[in-house]
Design a binder for this molecule. Structure first.
Ligand code: V47
Length: 369
């Protein structure tokens, strides 16, 4: 590795690469330099160094399924292919009984987590969602409930006149165990205002996660990239997350989400290619030195590209999913019916030279396979 670094002509880039090898934190300017000037081969080496330092040879996955309670949403995000108005063709709003039926379909299956997220329904409040969580928890207490993006939480708390802390405490008492990373999009206020005007602010997104961490509820963070943002915006996004993580340590995983262009008003931007995806995984792995895990969300990337991402810092493939999510297939994602058996997911990890480990929501290893 040292030998390889001596061939880097740009002195600033060489020094930056040396810092990564020595385990030193990068400044935003150094992160930007990696995006702009580092070759993919250098990024592969540096990000793999960081991922091995944090996670050795392990690649995690979990056994999970999704529930998307509704696609009716008060927001009108330009990147969204999924949102419908109430009563519009293609809209859905599952009752609590219907969602419990979905949970029951997994009664005889090995799953450890249900991931619940969807649109911000105008008339559903915290009482509805507490009831949903409570009934799932009572039905299967061992199932971890990862539910509601900060955007859904913001609306249900405001609608019920609750502070963030009060609302989160209520949900936790009903059985909520963690919070997914959705709704972060891009924190830069100017870009955010263009791609999702009127949506929960970046400041409030961060405040909800910070409060959750303080209450012992871990969470994830996403970044929607590859539309009208530039590298500065991505670094700014990750820096805000890194600062919060320094204060709380409550984030488990960072999940870059590549913008998919089908059936939404932002499609004129096109989509970035796989090389850009790999560059982005690598810089994220290197820059977010205090995030324990980097998740390659395979339904979005496709199985082959998810496999490639493992050589660019990713150590988590999310889960078996069981064909229960529509948010990406409606936007033209690689996988139209996302589902992977345990054999398939572990085979994919092994063929890439890593050791597969089934994890729970909190990244405790359930079994190495
Ligand atoms: O916030 C919506 C994204 C997110 C598109 O925490 C799109 O484990 C690309 O947050 N192209 C919601 N992305 C999903 C999410 C998530 C996914 C997987 C795992 C976890 C986790 C969280 O989906 C939204 C938005 O950024 N999204 N539309 C689109 N056209």
């Amino acid at each position: 590795m040292k030998e390889f670094l001596t061939h880097i002509k740009d002195e600033f880039l060489r020094r930056t690469a040396e810092k990564v090898c020595e385990g030193e934190r990068l400044s935003p300017a150094e992160g930007l330099l990696l995006y702009e000037k580092a070759s993919l081969s250098l990024l592969a080496m540096l990000s793999d160094t960081v991922r091995r330092r944090l996670n050795g040879d392990i690649v995690f996955f979990n056994c999970n399924f999704h529930i998307e309670p509704t696609n009716i949403c008060i927001n009108n995000c330009l990147f969204c292919s999924y949102r419908r108005k109430a009563g519009e063709p293609g809209s859905w709003e599952y009752s609590i009984d219907e969602m419990l039926e979905t949970v029951k379909k997994f009664d005889s299956k090995h799953v450890t987590e249900v991931h619940i997220t969807g649109g911000v329904h105008p008339s559903r409040d915290i009482i509805f969602y507490c009831e949903l969580i409570k009934r799932i928890h009572n039905h299967r207490p061992g199932l971890s409930i990862k539910a509601f993006s900060a955007i859904e939480l913001d609306y249900m708390f405001s609608k019920s006149g609750l502070s963030i802390e009060e609302g989160l405490k209520m949900l936790k008492e009903c059985g909520l165990s963690s919070i997914p990373g959705g709704g972060a999009e891009i924190f830069d206020e100017n870009i955010r205002n263009k791609i999702c005007p009127g949506k929960t602010s970046s400041e409030r997104w961060l405040a909800i996660h910070e409060t959750a961490h303080r209450l012992g509820i871990p969470s994830n963070a996403t970044m929607l990239y590859g539309h009208i943002e530039n590298y500065n915006h991505r670094i700014d996004h990750m820096e805000r997350l890194r600062n919060l993580q320094d204060r709380t340590g409550g984030f488990n995983a960072f999940i870059p989400l590549k913008y998919k262009k089908h059936n939404n008003p932002l499609s004129y931007t096109g989509e970035v290619n796989i090389l850009e995806d790999l560059r982005n995984y690598a810089v994220a792995r290197i820059f977010l030195d205090n995030f324990p895990h980097l998740k390659a969300y395979w339904p979005m990337l496709g199985k082959e590209n998810a496999r490639l991402s493992l050589s660019f810092g990713a150590d988590d493939l999310d889960g078996t999913i069981e064909d229960t999510t529509k948010i990406y297939s409606m936007a033209g994602a690689a996988e139209t019916n996302p589902s992977m058996s345990i054999e398939e997911i572990t085979g994919l990890i092994r063929q890439s030279g890593y050791i597969p480990a089934e994890r729970d929501t909190f990244y405790n290893i359930i079994r190495e396979l």
